[in-house]
Design a protein around this ligand. Sequence first.
Ligand code: LMR
Length: 388
Amino acid sequence: VFAGLTPKAPDSLLSLIGAYRRDPRAEKIDLGVGVFRDDAGATPVLDCVKAAEQLLLNSQSTKAYLGPEGDFGFLDLLKPIIFGDLVSHEVFAVQTPGGTGAVRLACELLQAAKPDLRVFIGAPTWPNHTQILDQLGLETVTFRHYDQRAQRLCFDEMMATLETAGAGDVVLLHGCCHNPSGADYSLEQWAAIAELVGRKGLVPLIDLAYQGLGLGLDEDAAGARLVLAAAQDGLLAYSCDKNFGLYRERVGALYTLTRDAAALDVAASNIRALARTNWSMPPDHGAAVVRVVLESEALTALWRSELEAMRARVADLRQRLAAAVPLLAPLGGQHGLFGLLPLSPAQVAQLREDHGIYMAGSGRINLAGLTASNIDTFARALNACLQG
Ligand code: LMR
């Protein structure tokens, strides 16, 4: 039966992990997959997570199933952190395997609700967004989010494209720390998007995977809150993989919002049914850890301070790199883990071959991979590459 398959190229971002590992050079630099790293290049387990795991180890008395929605405490405790005082909508939440599970579930739900809807999507975006939409066969309309050469947001182009959307069409937005560009909308721009979404009856699907790693927890959710407040219906795909450092535990959630309580019950029944056929019930451990942290004032305070330390480190590296490479000055005004450098695929390959510098083929770097001991080497190599 497998003879009928056509080969698929390996995911280019994930294959960087293996390529970096196999490179014998001691001075190699890993700026690939988006994980936080400390100045020693490590991705340590947060202290608040270790403490919560200890509490769980001592207190958890069963591994029996939780049910299709997952951990209700986890979902409820995250709500005020994500939505603040947004209370205009009815909300249904389910736990998902990572943010990817949430995006996939949201897209399947939207497709079931309105098979002919169009999904407006920025370019560039996280490659898995496009892969999920393509695999489902959803119609997409692309707008330019970021001009990589000129290193600037293409806000007017985006708004002009969104003006062509119709009621019930979906717009997929990155809540903060845009992946791959780091180029986020200002609050004024978010307000303009919100006005358009409300006026045209669009459905925002917001991917919020880096809350707290841009400007701060509330600041990073402010745009999403504005847009959702203006919408009749909306969806928010959330990930705790980065802001709790729980990557391999795959901790995500999908929040479905509507002003129509009757429609929510039907949507919830569809979400449960879709989750059942995809993964039946979500994994427990990572979400339980988040719940235990958020149930405790002391552990929540510890989490906030650890998150702030991660945020501050990445922001500092961003400023240092922008200062050291004059042609990358716009990096300094962007947010989160990523920057999209104005490099061709050939230049990206050359940096890998000549200097052991690993970044996504698109020219995306994970700033957290920079350290006190490699940032100068990286800046020198980049200056030579950009000027040469
Ligand atoms: C990334 O973009 O590096 C992360 O979101 C990891 C992933 O799954 O792609």
